[in-house]
Write a protein that binds this ligand. Structure first.
Ligand code: NAD
Length: 258
């Protein structure tokens, strides 16, 4: 029996990668889905609809609070409520601090951190009123440890873990939980760009660049899959996880165990 039938989930940045896998997995459990994100979206929407649930799409730019507010209003109008909020949309920019473009810093902080503050503040009153909700923030191992050349990303991901803990405390006496998932390397378009850059920089093949990238941080030598992360999100939505509050749960092939 699907465990989430009758619930509605918003998954930001669900046209691709980890967000799309989250949307599919929650739909498999029976949840209706509001999708969001840029780029080619029709195939992504179709793959979620194929699970037999109600699916809608909103093109809110997650760097724009007014558009986020409009998206939350649209979900409440269409589905009546937001029960599950997956803050997933994210971007990356790689440069040394002194060369980091100010505009890229602002964009990474807005999309990877501030957007979760806005979705949470707009969605939380309804969740509290119904005394049920799940907020899942897709952070990163970079919310727990740092890497060079990722100042904005690491700052945003450390920040979202802080936000997760505050929201978890403020909802601790309710049926709303808030947790973060901290993936290691996952081979999505976001990471493929870094693989391409490395292959070009070092004059090596795509496969060699993938192996070099994953091996230098992840003791397992394997990428984490979007589906594995989505299964953890489904677990966090269930009754068994009702007392998991404020966790920053890594799934990283041993990266942060070192
Ligand atoms: P991805 O590039 O495949 O997907 C990112 C999604 O965010 C896309 O749907 C994109 O359209 C959307 N997006 C980007 N900017 C947006 C904006 N302004 N408004 C709305 N949507 C926007 O990347 P991914 O690897 O699936 O990343 C998803 C999340 O997982 C991100 O928060 C990322 O930081 C995190 N993460 C990824 C990895 C990894 O190795 N891939 C590791 C740790 C954490």
């Amino acid at each position: 029996m699907p465990t989430l039938r009758g619930k509605t989930a918003l998954v930001t940045g669900s046209t691709s990668g980890i967000g799309l896998a989250m949307a599919v997995a929650l739909a498999k459990q029976g949840a209706n889905i509001m999708m969001n994100g840029f780029g080619e979206k029709d195939a992504a929407i179709a793959s979620v609809k194929a699970r037999g649930v109600e699916v809608d799409y909103h093109g809110a730019d997650m760097s724009k609070p007014a558009e986020i507010e409009a998206m939350i209003a649209a979900i409440e109008k269409r589905f009546g409520a937001i029960d599950i909020l997956v803050n997933n949309a994210g971007i990356q920019h790689v440069a040394n601090v002194e060369d980091f473009p100010e505009e890229r810093w602002d964009a990474v902080i807005a999309i990877n951190l501030s957007s979760a503050f806005h979705t949470t503040r707009f969605a939380l009153p309804g969740m509290k009123q119904r005394n049920w909700g799940r907020i899942i923030n897709i952070a990163s191992v970079h919310g727990l440890v740092a890497s060079m050349q990722k100042a904005a990303y690491v700052a945003a991901k450390h920040g979202i873990i802080g936000l997760t803990k505050v929201v978890a405390l403020e909802t601790a006496r309710t049926g709303v939980t808030c947790n973060a998932i901290c993936p290691g390397w996952v081979l999505t378009p976001l990471v493929q760009k870094q693989v391409d850059a490395r292959a070009e920089r070092e004059g090596i093949s795509n496969d060699a660049a993938k192996l070099a990238l994953v091996s230098e941080k992840q003791p397992s030598g394997e990428f984490v899959s979007p589906e594995q992360l989505a299964a953890l999100a489904v677990f966090l939505c269930g009754d068994a996880a009702s007392e998991v509050r404020g966790a920053a749960w890594n799934m990283d092939g041993g990266w942060t165990a070192q």
